[in-house]
Design a protein around this ligand. Structure first.
Ligand code: XIL
Length: 377
C-alpha cells in the first residue's frame, strides 16, 4: 500500500479500477445475427456509427463494445454525421475526410459494406454557415452548379469503389407545408433543378450506383402534407428523367402522446404510389421514439417492440424494400436522447440494445420482422 494514500483514497481508486474492468462489454447472443436474418431474404441489416468525442451521443465509435456489436449484428454501416457538408467541408475550399476515413477503415477491417449519407442535406439548418451565406459570384447559376457538381464529384468520386448506395439528397421537402425547402442554392436555381443537378452528377460518378432520395415522412398523424410533397417530388423526378432509384424511408417512427396512433391505410397508399412509379425502398434510419409511452421500462420496451413490429412487418411485406438500417444500436448513443428528450427525463428506449449492451425486446421485434419478410427484388 502506498504510504502517502489514505485508506479512503485506496478504496476509491480500487473501486474505480474495478468499475473500468466491468465497463459493459458486448457478447453476441447465440443464433443468427440481424444481418444473417436480413440476408436470408436478400437484404442487409446495418446501423449508423459516429466518431464524436468519447462519451458523447455521437461517440459510439470510440466504444469498443459498440464496435464489437456492429461487427456482430451488421452487414453495412453508415456515417452518422461524418459525410455531411458540415463535417467534410469546414470552408468552401477545404475538404476533411479523416473522420469518414476512420469509419471506412473499420468497415473494411470487419468486412462490412458502407452506405453514403448524404451528398446534399437540402436544409438550411443542417448546411454549414459559410454555405448559407455564400456568394456564388457574378454568374450565380453557374456558381451553384459548380459548387454542387464539384461536391458530388469529390465526395462520391473519392469513395466510388467503396460506396455504391448514396442518399444523394436528404430532406428537401418541408415537412409542414409539403413544399420544397429553400436554401442558399435556391436563391439562384429552382429547388427541383438543384436536386436534379446533384442526381445527374451522382449518376455520372456511379453509373451502377443506387441513388436514393431520403426523407422522414412517416405514418403517424400529421405527416400527410409531407407525404404528398414527397410524392410530387418523386413524380417530378420520374417525369424529368432524373436518375433516382429508390426512396429512403428514414423510419424515425414514434409512439405519440396517448399511445400509438398511425394511419395505416394512408401510409400503404403512399408506399403503393412510390413503388408504382418504379422506385424501390430502403429503411435508412430506423429507431422508435417512445415519448408517448409510460416510464415503466418493461411496459415501455413492450410498447416500443410492438409498435416496431407492426411497422416493420408492413414495410417488409413489400418486395421493393431493400436494406434496413438502424439509426444507432444502443440507447445511450441515440441522437433521440438529445433531440427529443422524454418529459420524465428518463432515457429513450429507442434502440435494439440497452446501455449494458443487452438486447431489448426491440431487437426481438426486428428479428421477427426480418424472419417474416418477403424476398427482396
Ligand atoms: C442526426 C445525427 O444523428 C445527429 O448527431 C446530428 O446532430 C443531426 O443529425 N435525419 C437524418 C440524419 O437524415 O442525418 C440525422 O442525423 C437524423 C435525422
Amino acid at each position: 500500500m502506498n504510504p502517502h494514500l489514505s485508506r479512503r483514497q485506496v478504496l476509491t481508486s480500487a473501486l474505480a479500477a474495478s468499475a473500468a474492468a466491468t465497463l459493459p462489454a458486448f457478447a453476441a447472443a447465440p443464433g443468427p445475427s440481424l444481418n444473417d436474418l436480413a440476408k436470408a431474404t436478400g437484404r442487409r441489416f446495418g446501423s449508423c456509427v459516429g466518431t464524436g468525442r468519447p462519451g458523447t451521443l455521437t461517440g459510439s465509435f470510440a466504444d469498443p463494445a459498440y464496435r464489437d456489436l456492429l461487427a456482430a449484428e451488421c452487414g453495412l454501416l453508415v456515417a452518422e454525421n461524418e459525410m455531411k457538408w458540415g463535417a467534410l467541408r469546414p470552408s468552401a475550399d477545404v475538404f476533411t475526410f479523416d473522420r469518414a476515413e476512420r469509419l471506412l477503415a473499420f468497415a473494411k477491417e470487419k468486412n462490412l459494406a458502407f452506405r453514403g449519407h448524404t451528398l446534399l442535406w437540402h436544409h438550411v439548418k443542417w448546411l454549414p454557415d459559410w454555405l448559407n451565406s455564400h456568394n456564388f459570384g457574378s454568374d450565380p447559376v453557374k456558381g451553384v452548379e459548380k459548387m454542387l457538381t464539384d461536391h458530388v464529384a469529390m465526395v462520391a468520386g473519392s469513395y466510388k469503389d467503396r460506396i455504391t448506395s448514396w442518399d444523394v439528397v436528404n430532406e428537401a421537402v418541408d415537412a409542414d407545408t409539403g413544399l420544397m425547402r429553400e436554401t442558399a442554392f435556391t436563391r439562384h436555381v429552382p429547388a427541383e433543378k438543384v436536386l436534379d443537378i446533384a442526381f445527374h452528377k451522382a449518376r455520372e460518378v456511379l453509373p451502377q450506383g443506387q441513388l436514393v432520395y431520403n426523407d422522414y415522412m412517416s405514418w403517424e398523424p400529421g405527416h400527410a402534407k409531407h407525404r404528398d410533397g414527397v410524392l410530387r417530388l418523386l413524380e417530378g423526378f420520374a417525369k424529368r428523367g432524373t436518375p433516382v432509384d429508390a426512396l429512403g424511408v428514414q423510419s424515425h417512427i414514434m409512439v405519440v402522446d396517448g399511445g400509438p396512433k398511425y394511419e395505416e391505410a394512408a401510409w400503404k397508399r403512399f408506399i403503393d404510389e412510390v413503388v408504382g412509379m418504379g422506385y424501390s425502398l430502403l429503411i435508412t434510419e430506423f429507431d422508435v421514439n417512445d415519448k408517448g409511452l409510460p416510464s415503466d421500462i418493461a411496459a415501455r420496451d413492450k410498447g416500443v417492440a410492438d409498435y416496431a413490429r407492426a411497422y416493420l412487418d408492413m414495410m417488409l411485406s413489400y418486395k421493393q424494400t431493400g436494406d434496413v438500417l438502424a439509426w444507432g444500436m444502443v440507447n445511450k448513443y441515440s441522437w433521440l436522447q438529445g433531440f427529443t428528450p422524454r418529459a420524465d427525463k428518463q432515457k429513450q428506449r429507442c434502440c435494439p440494445y440497452d446501455d449494458a449492451f443487452q438486447p431489448t425486446p426491440l431487437r426481438d421485434a426486428i428479428a421477427a420482422s426480418l424472419r417474416g419478410a418477403v424476398k427482396y427484388g
